[in-house]
Design a protein around this ligand. Structure first.
Ligand SMILES: Nc1ncnc2c1ncn2[C@@H]1O[C@H](COP(=O)(O)OP(=O)(O)OP(=O)(O)O)[C@@H](O)[C@H]1O
Ligand SMILES: [Mg+2]
Length: 424
């Protein structure tokens, strides 16, 4: 018995080849919410409706996102998910006939041509195992599933644990994860992998979280440099910084995370003689080298919640040439964050409750939501109970949102001036 959910995607004779060569399944944009229910590690099957063939066995390797590969199928199916074929490709003929034995199918009429499709939903392990019984199970199947679990899905820092921020995730898939998975081809095309990204947004919106998740997704070392980290080290600051960059050279891949980046990316006229102003020229020259070489997959991610201090000169091509506005979570993202927070805690909230709570949490950041669920946990503990809706509502009443509306206006204005709002 395999404890995995499964999903079906459709193709035709003309779209099949691209699914197989790209290891990518795609649908029209409106199907994205369906694809979003698929978790990394779920088992996928490809139903070729022209031939009524079921192709498999695949495993979902990414979360769904729009335009992971924008050129696939001429842009017609932008809601996409990366998959991996396990073992040899197998083709089960008369698929609808066989599937009808254990799941309900929907009939689609296209004039003279009609066919059956599965419903747009993920199915539980009972169905997974029934569908798998149509296939020859490869010998390494369970170990592949195990390995995938160990490397991605269960990881605290995987991208699956970051809610919302779709634009950044999409960029990460296209520009970072995909090239890193096929470094040889990327190398032959002289793709410039690596480089700098700047994340701008209010506190607690997931800037650090997504940076750690990016590192994890490419199995890169995560190295943080920030005033607080530097201040925390004993010894001479310059030496320490040089050592960090020396060590970086030994890493095959790395994500260098510059937190509180305004201190380093502000205008050069820093005054005073704090350690940080003293270190600035050195750090800039070390970073300059990394940006210039671009031979090694090193990604520099800078994060700040003081964008007005950033000198635009740093945002030019070849430096931090991609800037993202990391905004407060929208309702859908708040639902996801609540679910992520409740995942491993005992609670009795239903989906409707979570939706209702998410509505009330407008303006709250991801960190605020974590805080509220923590509070509700304490209340449940005190009452020798599990987390209930009332505990969460009570925590919301007691805990105000941490970022004020005026502050948000300031971010939005900055983002609007940089043309970052329209793309979201
Ligand atoms: N988009 C998100 N998805 C899931 N969890 C989130 C998200 N945003 C915030 N959180 C939760 O809030 C916590 C804090 O987020 P994080 O430290 O990444 O914020 P930040 O943007 O780096 O804040 P700061 O600007 O204060 O450094 C995370 O560990 C996570 O639990
Ligand atoms: Mg942070």
């Amino acid at each position: 018995m395999i404890e995995k959910s499964c999903f079906f995607m459709l193709c035709t004779n003309s779209t099949e080849e691209e699914c197989l060569t790209r290891n990518l399944f795609g649908e029209r944009e409106w199907a994205l919410p369906y694809l979003k229910t698929i978790k990394i590690g779920d088992i996928g099957f490809l139903l070729n409706v022209s031939k009524d063939e079921l192709l498999g066995i695949f495993i979902a390797k990414s979360e769904a996102a729009l335009n992971i590969e924008p050129e696939a199928w001429g842009g017609e199916f932008p809601a996409q998910i990366k998959v991996e074929l396990i073992g040899e490709l197998q083709r089960i003929s008369n698929a609808s006939q066989k599937l009808k034995d254990f799941l309900e199918l929907k009939k689609v009429d296209r004039g003279a041509f009609s066919y059956f499709v599965t419903k747009m939903k993920t199915y539980g392990p009972d169905i997974t195992n029934k569908v798998l019984s149509l296939f020859i199970i490869p010998t390494n199947f369970e170990s592949e599933l195990q390995e995938l679990k160990a490397t991605s899905a269960s990881s605290e820092f995987s991208l699956a644990n970051v809610a919302g921020l779709d634009e950044i995730k999409q960029f990460v898939y296209q520009r970072i994860i995909a090239p890193f998975e096929d470094e040889e081809r990327a190398y032959r095309l002289k793709l410039k992998i690596g480089g700098g990204i700047l994340l701008v947004g209010p506190p607690g919106t997931g800037k650090t979280l997504i940076s750690q998740a990016i590192a994890k997704s490419i199995e890169a070392k995560f190295i943080e440099i920030s005033p607080s980290v530097i201040a925390g080290y004993p010894g001479e600051a310059e030496k320490r910084l040089e050592k960090i960059f020396d060590d970086l050279k030994k890493e095959p891949r790395a994500v260098l995370f510059l937190d509180e980046a305004e201190w380093i990316l502000s205008e050069r006229t820093g005054e005073g003689s704090t350690i940080m102003t003293r270190l600035k020229p050195l750090l800039l020259s070390l970073l300059g080298k990394i940006f210039k070489e671009r031979t090694k997959p090193i990604i520099v991610i800078a994060a700040t919640n003081k964008p007005e201090l950033i000198d635009p000169a740093f945002l030019r091509p070849g430096r931090f040439d991609r800037v993202f506005y990391v905004r407060l979570p929208n309702e859908q993202a708040r639902i996801e964050i609540l679910k992520l927070q409740l995942k491993d805690r005992k609670h009795n909230l239903r989906d409707e409750d979570i939706k209702e709570i998410a509505k009330k949490l407008e303006g709250y950041s991801g960190a605020d939501i974590e805080n509220i669920v923590d509070e509700a946990s304490f209340k449940a503990f005190e009452k020798k109970d599990i987390i209930k809706k009332e505990f969460i509502l009570d925590a919301i009443n007691r805990i105000p949102k941490s970022v004020g509306d005026e502050e948000i206006q300031r971010y939005e204005e900055w983002a609007r001036n940089r043309n970052l709002l329209g793309r979201l």
